[in-house]
Design a protein around this ligand. Structure first.
Ligand code: BES
Ligand code: MN
Ligand code: MN
Length: 458
């Protein structure tokens, strides 16, 4: 039987099982969902057992558990480690969802006339991670696994993977492998596959600027003391110059510069600026001078305010000069920036430009190093052939703007590279209301992964 035939014969059950997983609201950021996190981990454990894997276990951490299993068929064969995450992002703003986030439904869209699964986690990452379990099932029923496999699915990716980092450090032997494969990124469009060879790193900080010791009457005091919100706004706007270049001294010091020929080569990746603008309902784009939109969101670092607040924000008006202003600021980093170093540059600079008479406090949230891979490895070539087989097109090698902090950590601790075999689309709205994942992406993904094992082991 071919892989495709097996998938066709079992497609309904594959979907039902994925729905059962998606229905568990395993939001890692919210304590209220700790029981759901457990339920999701137990669900996976059960699935691993059903696949006939060995040493299936729930590995406790200081936070949410890691689910692990393996099948060692022959110590002389190569070993593939699969990583994914079963935790999902919070659902708010809930009122913008057209259907309940944890009640998956199939709906047709322009891009997915055959239907897409609408639910939180359908793409990021339950749908994509689950493809790996089903690919193993496909192989089990079509001649058996051609190599050894280890699976490690965590519950804290969306909150920074701190405990997984520790787990990897402490379990190097257990996790020993030849290659890591992950489906938690995207492809160019439904019929144009790509393999991700670059991920941006992340530095995320929270700033608190304090002026007077209490909120003040904005008539009695207005104009005579510095207003922390005005000051923070000014400080933040000074972080970019008129060419949208980040002004923090040293920010670009270690940024990898690509040659003209490499940039030329990367510009062959299909990208339509008008489509991009249309999809976001914006009439123009903005970013670092001298770089294309695609470059700005892949090979260049950036700085963005993710949230800003302070003072009176409730209904109506209250005349007040606030005592404090706050902002959450992220920086997406590229090789060879180091997130700890960049966080320090940011902190030092912000302290430097704090107006006299004000106090600044800066807290580091999580971070992660950028990741870069080449297209020369045996594993990359196997992945490329697997995509070509299923999509009838050779995949492009692309650098993505998002971050998966543990991938660089795998390389550092285990000395092993990761092949990012993503099947999501930008239009899937991950982290947003109405997240979805195309049915064809799901089934093609399963087939591609199954083919990867076969080609990699040959
Ligand atoms: N799967 C995403 C990352 C991603 C998506 C990379 C699409 C490339 C293409 C992952 O779950 C994610 O959301 N990562 C976070 C970082 C984390 C530390 C919260 C991100 O990129 O914001
Ligand atoms: Mn993800
Ligand atoms: Mn995510």
């Amino acid at each position: 039987m071919s892989f495709n035939t097996y998938i066709q014969d079992n497609k309904k059950r594959f979907l039902d099982e994925l729905f059962d997983l998606i229905k568990i609201p395993s939001v890692s950021a919210v304590n209220e969902h700790n029981n759901d996190i457990r339920t999701a981990a137990d669900f996976l454990l059960n699935q691993f057992n059903k696949l006939g894997l060995d040493n299936c276990e729930i590995c406790e951490t200081k936070g949410h558990p890691i689910v692990y299993a393996e099948k060692i068929i022959d110590k002389d064969l190569p070993t593939v480690l699969v990583y994914g995450h079963y935790d999902v992002q919070p659902v708010d703003p809930i009122e913008l969802w057209d259907s309940a986030p944890f009640n998956p439904v199939i709906k047709k869209t322009d891009i997915h006339p055959e239907g897409a699964i609408f639910a939180r986690g359908s793409c990021d990452d339950k749908g994509q991670m689950f493809m790996h379990l089903k690919a193993i099932e496909v192989l089990n029923n079509n001649g058996g696994l051609p190599c050894n496999v280890k699976l490690m699915i965590e519950g804290e990716e969306e909150i920074g993977s701190d405990n997984l980092e520790l787990f990897v450090k402490e379990n190097k032997e257990k996790l020993d492998c030849d290659i890591i494969i992950v489906s938690d990124t995207g492809m160019i469009n439904k019929t144009t596959p790509s393999i991700t060879v670059g991920l941006r790193g992340l530095a995320y900080l929270e700033v608190e600027l304090t002026g007077p010791n209490r909120d003040l009457h904005s008539g009695l005091y207005g104009g005579s003391v510095a207003n922390p919100i005005n000051s923070l706004a000014k400080m933040i706007s000074s972080l970019h110059d008129e060419n949208h270049i980040v002004t923090i001294p040293g920010f670009y010091d270690n940024v990898i510069e690509y040659s003209e020929s490499q940039r030329q080569h990367d510009s062959n990746v299909p990208f339509d600026l008008n489509e991009f603008k249309d999809s976001l309902k914006i009439s123009d784009v903005q970013g670092e001078i001298s770089y294309t939109t695609n470059e700005r969101r892949s090979i260049r670092p950036c700085l963005d305010v993710n949230g800003i607040w302070g003072g009176y924000t409730e209904e109506g008006s209250k005349t007040v000069i606030p005592s404090k202003a706050f902002a959450k600021i992220s920086m997406r980093l590229v090789s060879n920036q180091n997130w700890k170093e960049v966080s320090k540059l940011f902190t030092d600079y912000m302290k430097n430009i704090t107006p006299k008479g004000m106090k600044i406090k800066i807290n580091e949230h999580h971070g992660g190093q950028p990741y870069l891979n080449s297209t020369n490895s045996k594993a990359y070539k196997a992945a490329s052939q697997a995509y070509t087989k299923v999509f009838d097109k050779e995949p492009f090698a692309v650098k993505d703007g998002g971050s998966i902090p543990i991938i660089a950590q795998f390389e550092k601790e285990l000395g092993v590279k990761t092949i990012l075999m993503g099947f999501g689309l930008d239009s899937d709205a991950i982290h947003s209301p109405n997240e979805h994942f195309g049915l064809s992406n799901f089934y093609n993904g399963i087939e591609t992964i199954a083919n990867f094992y076969k080609l990699y082991s040959e």
